[in-house]
Design a protein. Structure first.
Length: 237
């Protein structure tokens, strides 16, 4: 159990049932481009951080709960594009419509929402063996059980310099520190409204140096000799 504040607790749920999913998916690919459409029905779908209010204790508990079901219809498109000789772009866009029902609160609650997201990477090949990659994603509001997950996303950058037998790479992940999960719970039946902010990851800076040692030609020869010896052994056996 995690104590968020004197009256709010995050806890596990030993009574969770396993979620069972039935689904169908269709894919079409052409020259690197692809489109996929799918439908799934998930029984006992698990919603994380669901709010349970206990007025007698003046306490709020957030725990995983089983929904009755969750239906999802989605479409995803992948678009790899060589914009110029030095600029390559890869974009993934998706949209989904979800419908669900929950009754773990003792009353039936229905929810539905359309969600969309976009992700991509932009790769630039620069002079002097430099390269830059910008990557990121954004997703709109989505279902989180009977609660809502507010929109969120992140942007990252990596710069690399290649040498003859080595490379140096600098990476900054989540540049603007936007990877925050904000869950909104709104239940008029119990006169409750609240938001929970969860920062699972922090901004990361990483510097990596990679080098190759040894003679590549000699290594290739050794590999060929070893392979020949193994072949001779198999023949003699």
């Amino acid at each position: 159990m995690i104590f968020a504040d004197p009256n709010t607790f995050l806890s596990g749920n030993a009574n969770l049932k396993p979620a069972i999913t039935d689904g169908v998916k269709l894919d079409y690919m052409y020259k690197g481009y692809s489109i996929a459409a799918g439908y799934s029905y998930e029984k006992n779908s698990i919603g994380d951080f669901q709010v349970e209010v206990k007025p007698s204790e003046n306490k709020v508990y957030q725990t995983a709960q089983n929904l009755d079901f969750l239906k999802t219809t989605n479409v995803t498109i992948n678009l790899p594009v060589a914009i110029t000789s030095y600029w390559f772009s890869f974009i993934t866009a998706s949209g989904s419509y979800q419908q669900g029902r929950a009754s773990y609160t003792g009353r039936e609650q229905n929810m539905h929402l359309f969600n969309w997201s976009i992700a991509g990477a932009q790769n630039f090949t620069l002079p002097e063996k430099f390269s830059v990659e910008l990557s990121g994603f954004y997703t709109s509001m989505s279902l989180a059980g009977i609660s809502m997950m507010k929109p969120f996303g992140k942007l990252s950058i990596a710069v690399q310099k290649k040498f003859n037998n080595s490379s140096l790479k600098f990476m900054a992940d989540d540049i603007f520190s936007t990877m925050v999960f904000r869950i909104r719970a709104d239940d008029p039946a119990i006169n409750f409204y609240g938001t929970t902010d969860l920062r699972m990851l922090k901004r990361i800076f990483k510097l990596t140096y990679t080098a190759s040692f040894g003679n590549k030609i000699l290594k290739q020869k050794r590999d060929r000799i070893t392979a020949s010896e193994e072949e001779r052994k198999r023949v003699s056996e």
